[in-house]
Structures are given as C-alpha cells and as structure tokens.
Ligand binder design. Structure first.
Ligand code: CA
Length: 229
C-alpha cells in the first residue's frame, strides 16, 4: 500500500516541488491550496497518514488548520512548513498539535527523512519497510535497487549498488577492502582486493561532484574506504 501525504501550500512552485519529490520516492500525494480545501480532502481521504501544512495561507492559517484537524480527533502526523524560525511559531505549532517542523528552504531529502521518521513514530506502518536509506543528497531504494542523488537517478551496476548500500548501512565507519569484498562479492569470492578499488574509482565518477577530490567516499590509507554523510 502506498503511503498518502497531504500537501497544503498556496505557493504553486513550492507545492509542485514538494509533490514531485514525494511522488518520486513513492508517496501518493493529495494537494490543497487553501486550508478549507485541505480539511475537505482529509475528510474524503481517511487514509492520509501525514499532512504537510504551510503556515501562511490565503484563507485560514496553518495553525488553525492544525487546530481543526486535532479538533476532529484525528491522529495523523502533521509537519508544519515554515519560512519563519521564530520561537513563537514553534510554540504556537506545538500548542495546536503539530508533530514536527521543516523550515524553508528545505531539501527534498530532508523533507522525505522527516516524513519517514514521522511515519515510523506513528507506528501503524512499522511492518511496511519504507525500503529506503537516506544519506546527504542520496536516497537508496532497496525495493527497486536504485540510487538517486538530489532526486536524479544514478545509473549503477549491481555491484556498484551493493557497494553504495554497504556504505550507507555503515556511515562514518572505516571499512576494510576485505570486508567490502565479502559484503559485496560474497564470502566465497576469491578474487583480488584490487577489484574493490576499481569499482570504487568507477563509483566515484558516478556519484561524486568532484571525483578527483571525493567528498562522500573517503580513502582510508592502507585499509579501505569510509562513507562520509
Ligand atoms: Ca504560503
């Protein structure tokens, strides 16, 4: 079952950007431009799990929308989208029943991570593995065995995909060539360690901004590699 998210945002450029990025990672999205419309859509779509709510809206403000959702006894997850960082917003939002905040401008990766975290906290979808690993600009999808960087699909071989998964499962840890070889190629693989380096070199060309000055795949001299988030 797809997870359904409501996006309430009157600025169409921001709304489309959010919708596009949520759909790309597999969410089903319902859109609203006004608070009243959002409340209608929530009635019509009881399977919505999380609502993203902008504060500044043309009719009722996001706090009021939040208050009315909670007033109806709804327990859905609510993330406020705010361009203001003042403490008052946080306090007001919490008082009205929001669960989390994302401050504009936000990255799609950050937003998806927050929604995933909220779904996990809500608990009712625990059994449904989101199947995603997120690290910096990268989103790895274990179901399709794909990796996106800033929302753009990177073409990887199966071996490269497995290396990425191994890295993203072990962020910040120095990983030896031997361990990488058995994790990616299998315990019974008796090839040369050199194959690890060859694949890393190719992977860097695909994922790094500057492959000659890698930011994500760091070399640990005389040992192996390390994934930096
Ligand atoms: Ca707005």
């Amino acid at each position: 079952m797809k997870k359904k998210v409501l996006v309430l945002e009157d600025e169409s450029s921001i709304r489309s950007f959010v919708v596009l990025n949520l759909e790309r990672v597999g969410y089903e999205v319902v859109e609203a431009e006004t608070g009243e419309r959002a409340l209608e859509l929530l009635q019509e779509n009881p399977d919505i799990g999380v609502a993203l709510i902008d504060i500044m809206l043309p009719d009722i403000d996001g706090f009021e929308v939040c208050r009315r959702i909670r007033g109806n006894g709804s327990k859905i997850g609510i993330i406020m989208l705010t361009s203001r960082t003042q403490e008052i917003d946080r306090v007001t939002g919490l008082m009205t029943g929001a669960d989390d905040y994302v401050t504009k401008p936000f990255s799609p990766t950050e937003l998806v991570a927050r929604i995933d975290a909220l779904y996990r906290r809500l608990g009712d979808v625990v059994a449904e593995d989101p199947g995603r690993l997120i690290s910096g600009p990268f989103v790895l999808n274990t179901r399709n065995r794909t990796v996106d960087k800033n929302g753009v699909r990177i073409k990887l071989t199966q071996v490269e995909y497995l290396i990425m998964k191994y890295f993203m499962d072990n962020p910040g840890r120095a990983l030896s060539r031997e361990n990488m070889l058995s994790a990616v190629w299998g315990e019974d693989y008796y090839g040369e360690l050199k194959i690890v380096d060859v694949n890393i070199r190719r992977l860097r060309l695909k994922i790094e901004d500057e492959p000659t000055n890698p930011r994500y795949i760091q070399t640990v001299w005389g040992y192996g590699y390390k994934w930096e988030q």
